[in-house]
Design a binder for this molecule. Structure first.
Ligand code: MV4
Length: 447
């Protein structure tokens, strides 16, 4: 097992990783920017190294500084958390070259899954259902028009280097193709330095359901229940739950088998997530594979009673797993509490938290790095806390979440607590009747 892990991240996930390391008897090294000197991850780690000024590009994304911090502290592994360098092939490779274990995917895996068109081909060959569409990349506008005729409108053109919705367009008819083709390619070239595009049938009003998986170095893989992440706004997830209210026993079995096929096809090592689109007929299609621990891993931990970070560290250290699958035993949901004003278009609201009181009691978990008088810096993402509940049923989990949100006091800044309170009162939401389009029509009621 590793003796010392450097955590190349900040905020709640840095703290989350430090906690598990402590329980495993592993020493920890925090890295921080000058804006985060008062952050809890700095306080709770055994050692801390300042890696630069506030801007991420000069600190949390600055590979030489992080490697230097690992070398001076003699860390034998780096945990990248999510975001930042967690899916950066170059960083994974540099760790490898410096004899530091990267607790995440190999550079080849990151590159392979990062190219969406080739990841899709890999999955199709492995027998994982994919959305019907172009074979590989589209050559030019004429190819796009010809392919769309075969795929049948509406279609979607997507950047092969994409993700997070960038470089993606829905095309409803041939007369719209030229405009969307040009603008999507330009956007992709600017955002990713890669204008490779592929095409798919547009799935209308899908659900976003992802399967947590894990694999070891001996060819074992297992699935660990699903997460419904359909409640998103501009590709930012706001609320996640497991089981999905749309799930059936039969669908879970089929999606689990498909996720394992995906993992085994690429000899996946570590914990990962296979994302699917699920249509109204419960047909499902591979969308992406994430090679990192995700923000929403918590709700899976609650329903299978299992520490995913611990498993991730063990797998990175070469431990063998049994390969048995996990079924959800409970119902869990997570509200992402962001420093944003939901009454004003979710505008960022950094600054000092003047009053802070957390809810508590049975079945409630809060993962956060904030405290009373903490100043939220404006440089990083706006998530400040994750409120997670676990209960026997969805009905009970909803009640518990309502109670917890009512108890949660954050003053001095605006937060998304009022949004979640209103979400939980929405009739369709309560019935589990929602898709990825839900937030397009959701409107906040005035205070
Ligand atoms: C789609 C789709 C409909 N049909 N692909 C959005 C992010 C990117 N990773 C894939 N996305 C989508 N791909 C086809 N063929 C709809 C979306 C989509 C979406 C997917 C998951 C969660 C939220 C979403 C919001 C808008 C569009």
């Amino acid at each position: 097992m590793f003796k010392k892990i450097l955590i190349a991240n900040r905020g709640e996930i840095a703290l989350r990783i430090i906690r598990t390391c402590k329980e495993m008897g592993i020493s920890t090294v925090a890295v921080y920017s000058t804006a985060d000197a008062d952050s809890l991850h700095v306080r709770f780690a055994d050692e801390a190294v300042c890696i630069g000024p506030p801007k991420s590009a000069e600190s949390y994304l600055k590979i030489p500084n992080i490697i230097a911090a690992a070398e001076i502290t003699n860390a034998d592994a780096i945990h990248p958390g999510y975001g930042f360098l967690s899916e950066n092939a170059k960083f994974s490779r540099i760790c490898e070259e410096n004899g530091i274990k990267f607790i995440g995917a190999s550079p080849e895996m990151i590159d392979g899954m990062g190219d969406k068109a080739s990841a899709k081909e890999t999955m199709k060959k492995a027998g994982v259902p994919v959305v019907p569409g172009s074979k590989g990349l589209i050559k030019d506008l004429a190819d796009a028009i010809a392919t769309a005729k075969k795929v049948v409108y509406p279609v979607m053109i997507k950047a092969t280097a994409g993700g997070g919705g960038k470089g993606m367009r829905v095309v409803w008819s041939e007369d719209e193709m030229e405009g969307h083709w040009n603008s999507a390619r330009q956007e992709s070239a600017a955002a990713f330095g890669n204008d490779g595009m592929y095409m798919e049938k547009f799935i209308e009003e899908p659900r976003h359901i992802e399967i947590q998986i894990a694999g070891d170095a001996y060819g074992n893989a297992c699935h660990m229940s699903e997460r419904d992440c359909s409640i998103q706004r501009r590709h930012q997830k706001l609320f996640e739950e497991t089981p999905s209210p749309f799930m059936t026993k039969a669908l879970r079995k089929k999606m689990g088998i498909a996720a394992i096929k995906a993992a085994k096809a690429v000899k996946y090592e570590g914990v990962g997530t296979v994302e699917f689109l699920v249509d109204k007929n419960r047909d499902f299609y591979f969308m992406e594979m994430n090679t990192r621990i995700q923000v929403e891993h918590t709700i899976t931990e609650e329903v299978i009673n299992f520490d995913l970070i611990k498993e991730q560290i063990k797998l990175a250290a070469g431990h063998k797993m049994t390969g048995k699958n996990y079924e959800p035993q409970m119902h869990s949901m997570q509200c992402r509490i962001n420093a944003e004003d939901p009454f004003n278009g979710f505008r960022p609201s950094p600054g000092e938290i003047t009053t802070y009181h957390e809810p508590g009691g049975h079945g409630i978990r809060i993962d956060t790095h904030v405290y009373a008088n903490y100043i939220i810096p404006p440089y990083y993402d706006s998530m400040i806390s994750k409120l997670i509940v676990v209960a026997q049923t969805r009905e009970e989990a909803l009640k518990k979440m309502e109670r917890a949100l009512d108890e949660y006091i954050i003053e001095g800044i605006k937060s998304t607590i009022p949004f979640h309170q209103q979400l939980l009162q929405d009739e369709n939401f309560r019935k589990g009747n929602f898709t990825t389009k839900f937030m397009e029509t959701f409107e906040m009621k005035k205070k």
